[in-house]
Every structure is written in C-alpha cells, then in structure tokens.
Design a binder for this molecule. Structure first.
Ligand code: GDD
Ligand code: MG
Length: 354
C-alpha cells in the first residue's frame, strides 16, 4: 500500500480588517505587520513550507495589494504564493471555498490539476506556532477524519473557539467565542486545519459562512471532526498584547528558533536600555531611553530619556525626549509623542500622509 503524501497545498486566511491592531493596520493588512525581521505572513508560510507545502493560496479581502507589492515574484517563505481576493467578506468557510475554487480555475501549480481535490491545509494567517503539523496529519489519517484541528490549552477561552474532544480525538462540541464567565479554561481552536475536499462540499456558496460556527458543527455532528491536543508554542498575534508577545517570544528563547532583538540596521545608543523588547530596522533609540516589553517598528524614534513599556511604536513614529508611553499604547505610522508627554494606553493615529 502506498503511503499518502503530506499535502502540498494550503489556504491561508489573511483577509481580515485587523481591527484590534488599529491604527497599525490602517495602512496595511495585519499579516504584513512585521514580527521581528519579516512580515507575519512570511513566518506563517515558512512554517507550512517546512511541513512540505509548496503552494499557498492567500485568501484576501482588506488591502490585498500589499501582498503582491511585497512578493512580486510570487514566492514567500519558501513556497509559491497565489492570491484569491474576495469581492465581499465571505466568512472563514466561504473564504476557504472561494480560494479553493479560484485556485482550481487556472494558473494552477506545476503539474496541473486541482490541488484542493485532495487533502489540504487551511490556516488562520495570524497564527505562529512550533506545533508538529505532521502529528496533526497522522491523527487525521489514522481516524479517517474529514477535518482535524489543532487545539491548544488556554486559561481564558473566551476570545477563541472552545473545542471538546474525547480520548480518540473525536470532537463532540465546538463553541466559538464562548461567553466569558461561563467558560474559563479548555482546549481552544488553534486555527490550523487538515481538511478533506468533502468539507468544501458542505459550504454553501454565495453567502458568508463561518467555519467555526457552521461548518465544523456539521462535521462534528457526523462524527468526522477530530482534534489534536498540543502544548507546543502557539500564539495568535492579532491583539496588541499578543502582537507584542509574538515579537518578544521570537527573540527570547521561547521558540524553536531565536532571532536577534535589535536589527543590525537599527541604531541603539550604548546609553539606552532595551529589555525584553524588539527594535526593527531604521529605528533609533537615544541615550538614557528605556524600552521594556515593547516593539519599535521600522523607522521609529525614541528620544533621550524616554520610557516605553508594553507598547508598540509604529512606523516612523516619534517618542519625544523624556516622554513616557505605557499600558499597551499603539502609536500609528508617523505618530508623535511630545517631549515629556505621558501616555497610558490608547490608539494614537499618526499622519499616514506624512
Ligand atoms: N479572507 C478572509 N475573509 N479572511 C478573513 C476574514 C474574511 O472575511 N475574516 C477574518 N479573516 C482572516 C484574518 O485575517 C485572520 O488571519 C483569520 O482569518 C482569523 O480571523 P481573526 O479575526 O484573527 O479570528 P479570531 O482570532 O478572532 O478567531 C479565530 O482564530 C482563533 C485562533 O487564533 C477563530 O478561528 C477561533 O476559533 C480561533 O480560536
Ligand atoms: Mg486571530
């Protein structure tokens, strides 16, 4: 008997508005925000490429052009990229169906054929993980599942999909965004799926359909939805706190790979202190300034003696000398904090037309 190959194709959802990261996402999709040294999407695609994927269809909606501009060659993170841009938001399942149809309808991968007529991966495009996808696939095959999802333990499941499964991995319940208070901890949907093409046949075209609220419920009702519980590193980088954490984790030894926290193309004064923080290319940090659990995006400038804690300094944003920025403040492109000013939280739009 021949051993089935691992899937070579994946659909990655990257069409959301990135609302929770505004104003950083005012000018670009969330997946184009950098995590340490490259856009979020590149980390996601590189993980897939390491798992044997060479054909990634990006499902896009909001500001889709950013990807073509960043990857004009159609290659990213070691895989080929294709784009499927929805005319209107179709929900997570609708977006996957639309992308699969688009990919089947021409400009196919080398060798031709419809890559989504066999087992394929689907991912949320804001998920960074070191989980072994091969184990997810192995469980999927062993159970003859129609869909298998990666699940991660979470203390507060309220902003995720809560998944209940038995000892064999069979899912009995999937509750998207359970009301907080009622549910506290549990295994949550990590946004990494192995799907059979038959899942696509369950998605009614032409109207928004949610994978989490509709399609998975139907597959589970047929006893064909499975989950692999994993305690590997995982983060959804889509909120201010988790975007910061995703950057910090990749530079502090919590990941399979560790990257430098300060870009070789940044300028940090020897008299500045950078603690548990990431400083990206073209950024400058002057003497006496202190960064604590923060991220300075490309071109950001931190003036002498300023203190930035638990905050994101946006592209070319300026924190004046002696200013204090803390409490999950987000500074948009070109935003300016005056010398000596103090900010605690909030979203501060800059001047995108600067
Ligand atoms: N193409 C397309 N169209 N993509 C979309 C759309 C859409 O209408 N809406 C969202 N996306 C993309 C986002 O860009 C993101 O990459 C992914 O789909 C998931 O959307 P989020 O908005 O980040 O969802 P979430 O984080 O609240 O919840 C989801 O992820 C959790 C894990 O991170 C759900 O799948 C939860 O069940 C899950 O626990
Ligand atoms: Mg998310």
């Amino acid at each position: 008997m021949s051993v089935p190959m691992s899937p070579r194709s994946a659909i990655v959802l990257a069409g959301g508005l990135g609302t929770r990261l505004r104003p950083l996402t005012d000018m670009r999709p969330k997946q184009m925000l950098p995590i340490v040294d490259r856009p979020m999407i590149e980390h996601v695609v590189a993980k897939l490429a390491r798992e044997g994927v060479d054909d990634v269809v990006l499902s896009l909606g909001y500001r889709p052009d950013a990807f073509g501009v960043a990857y004009p060659s159609g290659r990213c993170g070691g895989a080929g990229l294709r784009y499927a841009t929805e005319p209107d938001p179709l929900g997570t399942a609708g977006a996957i169906l639309f992308a699969a149809h688009r990919a089947a309808g021409g400009n196919g991968r080398a060798g031709g054929g419809d890559p989504f007529s066999e087992t394929f991966w689907a991912l949320n495009g804001d998920v960074l993980t070191d989980a072994p996808f091969s184990e997810l696939l192995a469980l999927h095959r062993a159970r003859g599942a129609e869909a298998t999802i990666l699940t991660i333990p979470m203390a507060d499941a309220s902003r995720y999909g809560l998944v209940e499964s038995d000892d064999t991995g069979r899912v009995s319940r999937f509750v998207e965004k359970p009301a907080s208070g009622r549910v506290t901890s549990g295994w949550i949907n990590a946004g990494v799926y192995v799907l059979e093409p038959s899942v696509l046949a369950r998605i009614r075209p032409g109207r928004p359909v949610s994978m989490e609220r509709e399609t998975f419920a139907a597959v589970a009702a047929d006893g064909a939805l499975y989950a692999l519980n994993s305690d590997a590193y995982w983060i959804d980088a889509g909120t201010p706190a988790s975007y910061l954490q995703a950057n910090i984790d990749l530079t502090s030894g919590r990941r399979a790979v560790t990257l430098g926290a300060v870009s070789p193309r940044a300028e940090v004064s020897p008299g500045a202190e950078v603690a548990g923080s990431v400083v990206m290319e073209r950024a400058t940090v002057e003497a006496g300034a202190r960064l604590d659990s923060s991220v300075v995006l490309p071109g950001g400038r931190i003036g002498a003696g300023a203190v930035v804690a638990d905050s994101v300094v946006g592209y070319d944003a300026v924190v004046g000398p002696g200013a204090r920025v803390a409490g999950f403040t987000l500074l948009g492109d070109g935003a300016a904090v005056a010398a000596g000013e103090s900010l605690h939280g909030g979203r501060h739009q800059g001047d995108p037309a600067r």
